[in-house]
Design a protein around this ligand. Structure first.
Ligand SMILES: Cc1cc2nc3c(=O)[nH]c(=O)nc-3n(C[C@H](O)[C@H](O)[C@H](O)COP(=O)(O)OP(=O)(O)OC[C@H]3O[C@@H](n4cnc5c(N)ncnc54)[C@H](O)[C@@H]3O)c2cc1C
Length: 453
């Protein structure tokens, strides 16, 4: 800071003047340091009418949407839609494999259910002998979390680690930026751009309006298979339990002596890297996670249930300090659409120990009681003739009995990794994803430290 520029002026130049009163000065004890003066605002345009309006109209009792040209927000090699555990890994993998990559996410952060859904327990990477099969970029994330203070606990062979959601969001920003992935947050994919059965991009809604991003290959990491469904790929529509995760605080202040003899309150969850804070899973009823009225009902009912159960816990002697820190911003949808792929991950193959020539990943379980099971590339590729789109994460092609293993976070890292590399190879070799030379994909995956058995 130059001698002639004081701290307040410096913050103003940096566009942080609002912080000058709130954070830049040391508050005296008890002083309120909330919103105050010192912000900047100006008129960008006055008397403006929203451009490029194409409002729906009612014609003969039907709501009709007129056609219009859309602006193109970006043109890229690989477009990854959905910034959850699968999408983030897919974007990093494709970029490291040499493709130009754009990652689009409907919310304001990365991680999907892992962070926004507060699903903090990493399950699904272990097989017999406490061997860890999920390696590659997902494991790199775990190693990086290891180096941060208070980011991950229980990182040891045969154990299931638990992460801090903010640390995970932070590490994903770091890795996405390091890789050079172009990102748009607050963008909701609503339609595919399709010519002759080939997906050419995706249409998004955001505060900037309805725009398109064009791409040579699209990776659908939306969890719900939104993009492959928009594009015309065949899928199975399933119901599953929809829950809502929460975090509970002050468990380290429970008075054990006072609590002796009282029944232990239910729904207090398991530990996290933050002392005294637990994450609480909630199974919820089996419903259709694509139905907006159902999702609304789940949110409202679960929130009431969680609040009430913590209030009940607080009435238990010794548990008075316990409180509800937060309910997850993202409702816990487990499975909705799964792709009908060229191949399917099945329990029969797990039991038979099938080894696929097109293996692109190996999955595990939460306990060391499983053999490793292989994920074939065909499980990411649509069975019918819809081109240029690959699935990653909890919406890949999987039978009912394997879905609860496939959807675990490390296995989503693994399928995201495979989809990202395969998309980059398809772009590089100017071929359709179903035609990629799988040996080339496997070679790059191994170079990126993935384990393929
Ligand atoms: C309640 C609950 C408890 C669970 N417990 C565990 C556990 O203990 N351990 C474990 O390992 N796994 C657990 N799971 C499973 C695991 O959390 C998820 O299956 C996994 O995180 C899914 O990752 P994903 O990247 O495939 O999908 P998601 O995490 O759902 O990510 C999809 C991303 O795409 C975005 N998106 C969706 N649609 C669009 C769109 N149209 N346009 C733009 N963006 C879009 C979403 O906002 C999200 O960020 C649990 C799941 C739930 C629901």
């Amino acid at each position: 800071m130059s001698d002639s520029m004081n701290r307040r002026e410096c913050l103003r130049v940096l566009g942080l003047s609002g912080l000058a009163t709130g954070l830049g000065s040391t508050p005296s004890r008890g002083q309120n340091v909330g919103e105050s003066s010192g912000f900047q605002s100006s008129v960008i345009a006055s008397g403006k009418v929203h451009p490029n309006r194409a409002n729906a109209t009612v014609v003969d009792g039907k709501v009709i949407q007129p056609s219009r040209e859309l602006s193109v927000l970006d043109t890229t090699d690989v477009l990854v839609v959905g910034g959850g555990s699968a999408g983030v890994v897919a974007a990093i993998a494709a970029r490291r494999a040499g493709a130009k990559v754009t990652l689009v996410e409907r919310y304001g952060h990365f991680g999907g259910l892992w962070t926004g859904g507060l699903v903090l327990l990493i399950l699904g990477h272990i097989v017999k002998g406490n061997k860890q099969v999920c390696q590659g970029i997902g494991e790199e994330m775990m190693r990086r979390l290891d180096k941060l203070d208070g980011a991950i606990i229980d990182r040891k062979p045969g154990a299931n680690p638990t992460v801090d959601a903010e640390a995970a969001k932070y590490i994903m920003v770091e890795m996405i930026e390091e890789a050079g992935v172009n990102v748009f947050l607050h963008c909701w994919g609503v339609e595919a751009v399709v010519n002759d059965n080939a997906v050419q991009g995706v249409v998004f809604e955001s505060k900037s309006g309805r725009q398109a991003i064009l791409a040579k290959v699209v990776v659908d990491a939306t969890g719900d298979g939104d993009v492959f469904a928009f594009g015309g790929a065949e899928f199975e529509h399933r119901s599953h339990n929809v829950g809502l995760v929460s975090r509970v605080g002050n468990l380290d202040r429970v008075d054990g002596e006072k609590a002796t003899g009282s029944p232990t309150p239910r729904h207090l969850g398991s530990h996290t890297p933050v002392p005294g804070v637990n994450w609480v899973n909630l199974r919820g009823p089996e419903v259709d996670g694509l139905d907006v009225a159902t999702l609304t009902r789940m949110e409202l009912n679960h929130r009431k249930f969680i609040w009430t159960s913590i209030q009940r816990a607080r009435r238990t002697p010794g548990y008075e300090p316990v409180y509800l820190m937060e309910t997850a911003p993202q409702v816990g949808v487990r499975i909705t659409r799964v792709l009908h792929g060229l191949k399917t991950v099945t329990l029969a193959d797990l039991k038979a120990g099938t080894r696929f020539p097109d293996v692109v990943g190996v999955g595990g379980s939460e306990r060391a009681n499983h053999d490793e099971w292989q994920i074939p590339y065909g499980a990411l590729v649509p069975r019918n003739n819809v081109e240029n789109v690959l699935a990653a994460g909890r919406c890949i092609s999987v039978d009912m009995r394997m879905a609860d293993l496939v959807r675990l976070i490390p296995n989503c890292f693994v399928t995201g990794h495979a989809a990202g590399v395969a998309a980059a190879v398809a772009v590089q070799d100017r071929c359709r994803p179903r035609e990629v030379e799988v040996a080339k994909v496997q070679k790059i995956l191994r170079q990126q430290e993935a384990y393929l058995g």
